[in-house]
Design a protein around this ligand. Structure first.
Ligand code: GLU
Length: 460
């Protein structure tokens, strides 16, 4: 069997990390098994869907490398197909018109609530042998309801939650077409999952309640349902369900904040799945290890500090040239043009950075003007050391530009002025890099342009 999975987001808000994890697992499962991954945009909620939200979904998936093999398919473009299948359902006797008005439904609900019963449609318009239906009211367009099987159970072996069994008697007859003939959500999902030959539905567990209804519709259409895996919720740092309303950021914001796609994939993968105690792994390792057997059962909690740590690990391990491409983009956004020194600059500073933004902050000191930190300037750039700084500038101007010669120049000046390394190195760092906390001074100076150093030392 060829595995076929899908990600079926509703573009009703900017996709956040909790949502995109529901893309990561089906993508990984398809990739790990040589299957296909399909992107479907569930845009039937016209009021709440937006193109901007679709763009963030597609951009975010592209950034994270969650490439799809088919789609994006838009449900709004498949209306004719749903209506054709609906007609089959009508012909097959699986649906019936229901003329109950909103007011009647409300009254029914109130009666049921008062009797402490679960509110549900009571089957008034469901045709049964020998049953006399109420007279059809005039001028009322009916909804179409699905004839849910009566008696028995709907059961599935959920890959996350284990065996789930729901009694059919708990399910009422679902509306599958509105009075204007447009199909409703659960019906469209089933038609799509059939047409797209989906073998595994991996989605958030907010859909668990839909699943028995969807399975019954599958069967009415003569199809066997796919395998289901319902993923537990992702909670935010406050322990609430992650959502845009309580501050979740759009996925693409993490790109802008300097996170690496592989680090995000690593972090998100661990948010609900595990491979022993492995915390840091590459995309290739993840795909090698991923299966549906180690999905976590309990809600995972987002932790930004952990994400930063994971990012820092990937940043350190990343190839310097590849890293410099990302840093170059960050610099370009600030109007700064980098040059061939950038990979070496990345190599020198990446250990002290957890994002490419932090790395770009350091790199900027090599390509754009800096403002030395005032406090550190006052502390380190003192009258006592100014003559040595001037001497260093002089000495460096006659220097071959490599680390050994720069180091020798520093030592000469220290000896001539009776200073210890930090007494000269700290003010030089503040003047040249803006701060006294830098990697080894000779390594930093070697990567700076001599003219930049002279200009900055002159401002002592
Ligand atoms: N469109 C649904 C959502 O965004 C997903 C439906 C599904 O995966 O079946 O929550």
């Amino acid at each position: 069997m060829t595995i076929r999975t899908r990600f079926a987001p509703s573009p009703t808000g900017f996709i956040h990390l909790g949502n995109i994890r529901s893309a990561l697992y089906p993508w990984a499962f398809a990739r790990a098994t040589g299957g296909s991954f399909i992107l479907r945009i569930e845009d039937t909620d016209l009021e709440r869907s937006s193109q901007a939200a679709v763009d963030v979904i597609i951009e975010g998936m592209k950034w994270l490398g969650l490439d799809h093999d088919e789609g994006p398919f838009y449900q709004m473009q498949r209306m004719d197909r749903y209506k054709a299948v609906l007609a089959e359902m009508v012909a097959g006797g699986h649906v019936y018109p229901c003329y109950m008005s909103m007011a009647e439904l409300d009254a029914l609900r109130e009666r049921q609530m008062a009797a402490k019963e679960k509110p549900r449609y009571d089957g008034t318009w469901r045709p049964e042998p020998g049953k006399v239906l109420p007279p059809v009211p005039e001028g009322v367009k009916p909804v179409l309801r699905f004839k849910n099987p009566q008696g028995g159970v709907v059961a599935w072996d959920d890959k996350v939650k284990g065996l789930i069994e729901i009694r059919n008697d708990e399910l009422d007859d679902l509306v599958i077409a509105r009075p204007d003939g447009t199909p409703t959500y659960n019906f469209c999902v089933v038609v799509d999952d059939i047409d797209m030959a989906i073998t595994h539905v991996i989605r958030g567990d907010d859909h668990v309640n839909n699943t028995p209804r969807q399975i019954n519709i599958f069967r009415a259409l003569g199809q066997e349902p796919p395998v289901y895996a319902h993923l537990p919720t992702v909670l935010n740092e406050q322990g609430e369900k992650m959502s845009k309303r309580n501050g979740a950021k759009p996925v693409t914001q993490y790109r802008d904040e300097g996170y690496l796609p592989d680090a995000m994939v690593n972090y998100l993968a661990r948010l609900g799945w595990s491979h022993g105690d492995d915390e840091i792994f590459s995309r290739a390792q993840f795909l090698e290890w991923f299966n549906l057997d180690h999905l976590g059962r309990s809600a995972a909690q987002f932790d930004e500090a952990k994400l930063r740590w994971v990012n820092a690990q990937h940043l350190k391990a990343m190839d310097d040239t590849a890293l410099s491409v990302l840093v170059e983009q960050q610099l370009a956004q600030r109007g700064i043009t980098a040059d061939e020194r950038l990979p070496r600059i990345c190599a020198l500073f990446k250990d002290r950075c957890d994002t490419t933004v932090a790395l770009a902050n350091w790199a900027a000191a090599f390509y754009a003007d800096i403002t030395p930190n005032a406090e550190e300037h006052a502390q380190h750039v003192t009258d006592a050391v100014r003559p040595a700084i001037a001497a260093l500038a002089e000495r460096l101007s006659a220097c071959t530009w490599d680390k050994a010669s720069i180091s020798a120049a520093l030592k000469d000046v220290l000896a001539a002025h009776g200073l210890k390394m930090p007494q000269l190195a700290m003010p030089v760092r503040v003047l040249v890099m803006g701060t006294a906390q830098t990697p080894s001074l000779d390594a930093v100076l070697e990567l700076q342009k001599p003219q930049t150093i002279f200009d900055r030392l002159k401002n002592a």
